[in-house]
Write a protein that binds this ligand. Structure first.
Ligand SMILES: NC(=O)c1ccc[n+]([C@@H]2O[C@H](COP(=O)([O-])OP(=O)(O)OC[C@H]3O[C@@H](n4cnc5c(N)ncnc54)[C@H](OP(=O)(O)O)[C@@H]3O)[C@@H](O)[C@H]2O)c1
Length: 292
């Protein structure tokens, strides 16, 4: 793979923000894939602003008593330094961005990827960030061939796949009218919310008005025609789900927004969004998975 300035791209993936709470787990999973012969992932590098923290993250991800530390390059890049972002973009086909809150740090990274034709993936759960990036960088990304994909974490992969799985269980003329999702967390350890996730959520709620303004300024998205009466809105924050035998707390997550955006896209493009230089196999897979 060549970068836009025709220098070779050395790494399949660069994990940016690899020293963070989530970044470390992503590195741990990536190392597992690197060790599988049939895996398409052959090379990774870690990137971030603090060399020592990145090294510690690599040590943690590798784990104790597992032999010598793998030879994974560590690159220095700061979200506030565009030249460092340009440098990492020219060395990889894909930046996996774990630097949050995205509304504070994400834009320069999306901008660099869109400019240098480097694919971008993140775990943002911040709708305002995602929609603002689409509004500002879509055209540039199309020109350079960069794919920019957000929300590939707990927000909102389970919701997307859950909705898709659910909707495929119905046999015509029955159709889905509404979907409610419940999450039950179980862990032997104490369940904690990391500070940056908390900060991202607080900033999202505090800036809800900006999202409304952005949406008003953008062309209206297609809406799904939902048959039957509208689902009744559950207003209370705490509810007792007698059928499930559980108490539930309403979660302000990005899931509803993300699933609605996917549905809008599939209404406009029932075969999904075409990629750049897709193989015939990829086209067939996209067409198959696009249909609900
Ligand atoms: N969608 C989901 O399901 C999901 C799940 C978990 C997290 N998240 C989101 O992911 C983001 C990260 O969360 P986290 O808990 O992993 O955060 P974290 O532990 O605070 O880690 C943040 C990372 O970003 C790096 N960073 C901060 N500012 C930077 C800058 N200017 N340039 C380069 N790197 C910088 C930090 O580097 P240093 O080590 O040098 O400080 C650290 O590696 C948050 O926005 C969170 O909401 C989403």
């Amino acid at each position: 793979m060549q970068s836009i300035n025709n220098k070779p791209r050395y790494y399949d993936v660069i994990i940016l923000g690899a020293s963070g709470f989530t970044g470390k787990y992503i590195v741990r999973e990536a190392l597992k894939f690197l060790n599988i012969r049939s895996s398409p992932l052959k090379s990774i590098a870690l990137a971030g602003r603090t060399q020592s923290k990145l090294f510690q993250a690599l040590q943690w991800a590798h784990g104790p008593n597992k032999g010598p530390l793998p030879d994974i390059p560590i690159l220095i890049a700061d979200a506030s330094d565009p030249s460092s972002l340009a440098a990492i973009c020219s060395q990889t086909s894909l930046i996996l961005n774990c630097v949050g809150p995205y509304r504070l740090h994400g834009e320069p990274i999306v901008a660099a990827c869109a400019a240098y034709g480097c694919d971008y993936l993140d775990i943002s759960g911040e709708p305002e960030f995602m929609e603002r990036m689409e509004a500002k960088y879509h055209d540039r990304a199309v020109e350079s061939g960069a794919l920019v994909v957000s929300a590939c974490g707990f927000d909102s992969v389970p919701a997307e796949l859950g909705m898709m799985f659910n909707s495929r269980q119905w046999v015509e003329p029955a159709v889905v009218n509404s979907v409610e999702a419940y999450v039950s967390l179980k862990s032997k350890k104490r369940i904690v919310l990391n500070f940056t996730t908390y900060e991202s959520t607080v900033l999202g709620v505090a800036n809800a008005k900006q999202l409304q303004e952005l949406r008003r300024s953008r062309p209206k998205k297609s809406r799904l025609a939902i048959p039957g009466p509208p689902p009744c809105k559950e207003e209370s924050t705490i509810e007792h789900q007698k059928k499930l035998g559980l108490w539930a707390v309403k979660l302000h997550s990005a899931d509803t927004t993300i699933v609605q955006r996917t549905l809008s896209t599939l209404i406009e493009k029932p075969d999904g969004l075409p990629g750049v230089n897709e193989s015939a196999d990829a086209v067939a897979k996209r067409k198959l998975s696009g249909h609900l």
